[in-house]
Design a protein around this ligand. Structure first.
Ligand SMILES: C[S@@+](CC[C@H](N)C(=O)[O-])C[C@H]1O[C@@H](n2cnc3c(N)ncnc32)[C@H](O)[C@@H]1O
Length: 247
């Protein structure tokens, strides 16, 4: 019986908390924008105040130089709510206190990973690559290229492909591409070098054949960067705002 009463009490408290959070989210929504009202009315498991969001903005800016604009509020909530659940923490305040009281807390990595934006594509902003090819052809020594916000690897592999196409396999093998990012999760994907067919669909067939292996069986629908191209790229986690990493 006692167990059932406790359960009833906690369900009632849960309901009240959720209702409070919906009210809070609705109160904080801009009334002139139906879309933002709709998204703010989404039920939230945790209370998320303007002060919490302001603290998150301050912390991620201090840690990684990332500026979160006002419209990233829902994004910050949904990504960090997962971290609260994973850590078994009940409030954003407790979560943020935990980060702030320990600069070396391992949770910082997950906090940063959660808030980065990793949009990328092969040969994104394609006009840069002919310039690199031209530079590589006129350079007398082997090139070392640093791709400093490499995300899931499309950019460093595009750089490596450009070097191979410009210099030929043999000369390009003496070049290196160093791919870094602050986000450890995207770096792991970059290192794996595995992409969906959707992600490579804009590449011409010759490039696909030359630089990728097509998955079969359980890997159908995927491609993998060929080992020769993969060998040109090294990976490392670097925070560009960390002065020590720059020396
Ligand atoms: C939008 S992606 C760009 C990816 C790629 N450079 C491109 O243009 O296709 C931005 C990347 O910058 C990384 N980033 C953000 N702040 C960083 C920092 N302080 N140090 C290193 N990387 C950072 C993010 O993790 C993300 O993967």
């Amino acid at each position: 019986m006692a167990g059932r009463d406790e359960h009833a009490t906690s369900s009632a408290e849960d309901g009240a908390r959720k209702a409070r959070n919906i009210m809070m989210a609705t109160r904080n929504a801009r009334v002139d924008s139906p879309a933002s009202v709709r998204s703010a009315e989404v039920e939230r498991d945790f209370e998320f105040t303007g002060a919490d969001f302001a603290r998150i903005r301050e912390l991620i800016h201090r840690r990684a130089g990332i500026s979160l604009s006002d419209h990233k509020r829902d994004m910050a909530y949904s990504r960090l709510a997962r971290r609260l659940r994973a850590c078994g923490i009940d409030t954003f305040k407790q979560y943020l206190d935990r980060l702030e009281t320990n600069e070396d807390n391992a949770e910082w990595e997950a906090f940063v990973n959660a808030l980065t934006t990793n949009l990328t594509a092969f040969f994104r902003e394609s006009h840069h690559f002919p310039i690199l090819a031209e530079f590589a052809r006129h350079r007398q020594q082997p090139l070392s290229v640093w791709c400093s916000a490499a995300s899931t690897g499309e950019e460093p592999y595009s750089i490596a492909m450009t070097l191979v196409e410009a210099l030929g396999e043999h000369a390009a093998r003496h070049c290196t591409v160093f791919a870094s990012d602050i986000d450890s999760q995207v770096l792991a994907k970059a290192e794996a070098g595995v992409y969906s067919l959707e992600q490579v669909k804009a590449l011409p067939v010759e490039r696909l054949k030359r630089f990728f292996l097509k998955g079969t069986g359980s890997h159908a629908g995927l491609v993998k960067v060929r080992p020769e191209l993969r060998a040109m790229v090294n990976f490392g986690r670097i925070n560009l705002t960390d002065a020590r990493a720059m020396t």
